[in-house]
Design a protein around this ligand. Sequence first.
Ligand code: PEP
Ligand code: MN
Length: 336
Amino acid sequence: MMIIMNIDATKQQIAAVVTRIEANGFKAHLSQGEERTVIGVVGNNPLNTREQFTHLPGIDRIVPISRPYKIASRELIPQNTVFPLDGVQIGGDEVMIIAGPCAVESRSQLIETAYAVKEAGAQALRGGAYKPRSSPYAFQGLGEEGLEILAEARQLTRLPVITEVMAPEMVPLVARYADVLQIGARNMQNFALLHAVGECMHPVLLKRGNAATLEELLMAAEYILSHGNRRVILCERGIRTFETSTRNTTDINAIPVLKALTHLPVILDPSHSTGRWELVTPIARAAVAAGADGLIVEVHMDPENALSDGEQSLKPERFAELVRQVRSIAQAIGRC
Ligand code: PEP
Ligand code: MN
């Protein structure tokens, strides 16, 4: 439920409500609106404690949060969550473009790609050091060596680095090197991992599971938020449907639906959602037109010889063209 304070509620009155919430075994989530403070009461205490608050001074009204996710909901936090990733405000007016190879394959491959995507207009670098592959015989990533290479690329290019973490015990190691922790589609409901990144203060890029509903995605985000980490970016990356002509089916609807349900930034991955490089730019355009706050795109210098996902990777020149097109669409809808 949400406790909506009076416009003239004092700091002491707000503090008294927070104390009462915590004394009842809940967590208080303060949202400071322009006019008034709204306090979310979140937690799993089954007692209906509404009566515990009704007599406290400074309260205007108490209303339930109708969604199963609470801190992620726009009901509790109406204003967009916006936070900086180096120079760019993710969730703000600017459309953030993240690019890089599926996997870090070698030092020269990653550094060359990092310079190329930066030159083309990317604002952050992606690259997997730990790869969740369907086959145990496929390239699994360079591990910590890959993280070291990513950190070097950041130092050279000044691009913030986004990379996947696959297990809770790996979070401290990956966080030492990365700026943003990626939770892959296959791990969207790995609750131990969500808990671990929730306690880590790095921003998290949470990818939608390929058979997850948007409510399940938001519940996964709620796990992270409820453990204290408020910097979560949601990523639509295609879902599994009966259609076989593309690797996944891009759920473009997910973008405006999520933007209505949550204040969190929402980005789209046109690479995994299509699986074919020639579809990446059209779907990237569609995503930005639909209101995405950013894109994460796979780029490879030599896609034919990539160790993973070459068929969906753009060469740098094609990526540069994607950036140009997407920036004009962003401008046409009042963004940049
Ligand atoms: C990736 O980003 O390289 C990746 C493995 O994506 P997903 O988890 O969406 O399949
Ligand atoms: Mn990939």
